[in-house]
Design a protein. Structure first.
Length: 405
């Protein structure tokens, strides 16, 4: 994680900076949030992390960083599976020890830390394999409990549940809900831990890289992804800023918290590794870590330029309304990687007279065969001109005296 953190810091310092958010491309929710923020802060402007170099320069490096991160997660998960033996449990044996109840869940946000989703009844295997109680919401209970076990890094119990209650664990992985979430996540199941831990880790790396221009105290007040993000208490969907606050960091210069930041980054990395192990144990489709990393990174870059209600290039014909996610980054990095000997040909557009903009377009076939038919056209024009001259030389007899009465 230290190597990845160093490479990301280098990319951020070379290609990005903190600038005021001054664009008019907002949806209505953002405009209302922005106006409310301006009423409190007066002439101040919220800030965003924006590129200061061309797209071709930073997209390829970010894609390489995402590839290195994906490789590290998959390698650590493979090593963890090798050292993990196949454990057999009796129905009377506890699924996890009592010490798990005392482990902190602050990394999940204030809702989970104040009201732990883990209950003593969940230590019994029958709780997961039997039918749920009528008064119980199984969707909410199961995915919250699995998220808590992931946060506590309980690899063995989770893999055991993947064997004995595979169907229920898979169902709790993807729980779709229709809520307004600023990070665009409609899945609140335990697979959402991937996006949440990535966003938390990347936000800490970014704050550490720009500790002078964006201290932690200022980030909670002015950084757009922190200020205008929405949380949902019903589904315990907390924002990255709320997670940082729940971890009881003293507001101030982030350089004084380097040890704490490194601990959180390593913890996020371990949770992602355990999530990868659980995905493999359940036999689910593999996680596209490159795209997940790119999605989380681009969540903080040009945050306010993404129009969440009118998404699509057809709106105003502007590519700013096209979602910039991992697939977009991969496409940009491929287009940026060209052979060394290839030289891009620059075409200069000729300025056109505005008065001729309504001129009818010429047929392409006439332009192609214009040279071959030019002589025939000129001959026809000469004949027509000669006929017009001969006709004009004729004297009219309409007003002669012989025709007058």
């Amino acid at each position: 994680m230290e190597t990845l953190q160093g490479s990301l810091d280098s990319i951020l310092q070379r290609h990005f900076w903190i600038v005021p958010a001054r664009t008019n491309r907002h949806d209505q929710r953002y405009k209302r949030s922005y106006q409310s923020w301006k009423d409190k802060h007066g002439d101040r402007e919220p800030v965003i992390l924006a590129p200061k170099t061309s797209r071709a320069e930073w997209t390829s490096e970010v894609h390489m960083g995402a590839t290195a991160f994906a490789r590290s997660i998959e390698q650590r998960a493979t090593d963890l599976n090798k050292h993990r033996g196949r454990t057999s449990r009796t129905p009377q044996e506890k699924l996890f020890s009592d010490d798990v109840f005392g482990l902190p869940l602050d990394i999940l946000g204030p809702y989970s830390s104040h009201d732990s989703p883990l209950k003593p009844a969940m230590q019994r295997t029958s709780y997961w394999t039997g039918s749920p109680q009528k008064s119980q919401d199984p969707r909410r209970t199961y995915y919250r409990a699995i998220r808590a076990l992931l946060a506590c890094e309980q690899t063995e119990p989770l893999c055991y549940l993947a064997e004995c209650a595979s169907t229920r664990i898979k169902a709790a992985a993807d729980v779709q809900v229709d809520i307004l979430c600023s990070s665009r996540r409609s899945n609140i199941g335990w697979l959402s831990m991937i996006d949440e831990m990535l966003e938390l880790a990347l936000s800490l790396v970014m704050l550490k890289s720009f500790s002078e221009s964006l201290p932690l105290a200022a980030a909670h007040e002015t950084w757009v992804p922190f200020v205008f993000a929405l949380s949902d208490a019903t589904h315990s969907n907390t924002t990255t800023a709320e997670k940082l606050q729940s971890m009881s960091y003293d507001r101030g210069d982030i350089r004084t918290m380097e040890k704490g930041v490194d601990d959180v980054l390593n913890r996020c990395h371990r949770i992602l590794v355990v999530t990868q192990v659980l995905v493999s144990a359940c036999g689910m489709p593999p996680v596209n870590w490159v795209q997940c990393f790119a999605d989380a990174f681009l969540h903080f870059v040009g945050f306010e330029c993404w129009n969440r209600e009118r998404e699509g290039q057809s709106y105003l014909g502007c590519n700013l309304n096209v979602r910039k996610d991992g697939a977009w980054l991969q496409k940009m990095s491929r287009s940026a990687a060209k052979p060394e000997g290839e030289v891009t040909e620059m075409k200069q557009n000729k300025s056109k007279d505005p008065l001729l903009l309504r001129e009818p377009r010429r047929d392409a076939d006439l332009e192609i065969h214009a040279d071959a038919e030019e002589s025939d056209v000129l001959e026809e024009l000469d004949i027509l001109e000669a006929q017009e001259i001969a006709y004009g030389l004729k004297r009219s007899t309409k007003y002669h005296k012989t025709h007058l009465k």
